[in-house]
Design a protein around this ligand. Sequence first.
Ligand SMILES: [Zn+2]
Length: 193
Amino acid sequence: MAVREIITPKNPILRKKARKVTNFDDPKLQALIDDMVETLFDAPGVGLAAPQVAVSQRVIVVYLPDDEESREEYGQDAGVLHILVNPEIVRASRDMVDGVEACLSIPGYYGSVDRHAAVTVQGYDRHGRQVRIKARDWLARVFQHEIDHLDGILFIDRASEIWRAVPQDEAETFDDPLAGEVTVIESEAEAGE
Ligand SMILES: [Zn+2]
């Protein structure tokens, strides 16, 4: 297992529609999944899609942490690792919720994004067995964000507002992943995380 480099929008792979996985026995797929899990935990983040590590395939990993605070916030969704291949949203609630999102590929930026409050996701596990997950609240949001990545869609495309919050200790070395590509409503020197 290895931590892979997370790419930013400067790399066009992030904007490509990713290919479906067809061969589950491919050792490269299994290595990719192991590396994605390690990269997600290392970051750390709550979700990662294969295009973010420069592999244009339909694979996502999702993990809400299971510390005490997260357990309170996410309930039984905390601490469950989801590995999904060729995931699709097969059902989405009509009600939408607004929430603040960030992305490992767009460090230093936050956005306000409307998402379905609940979704049903269908796909395959790493061995090609079909799985179906009903997700609500934050988990539903993370699935929508990650599945968007598979179609080259980033949260900044859907955000009603975008703002920049670079941690003070990183301000000098901050390499802007967007470099003026979006309209930022405010710029803060402190992290909002
Ligand atoms: Zn993302």
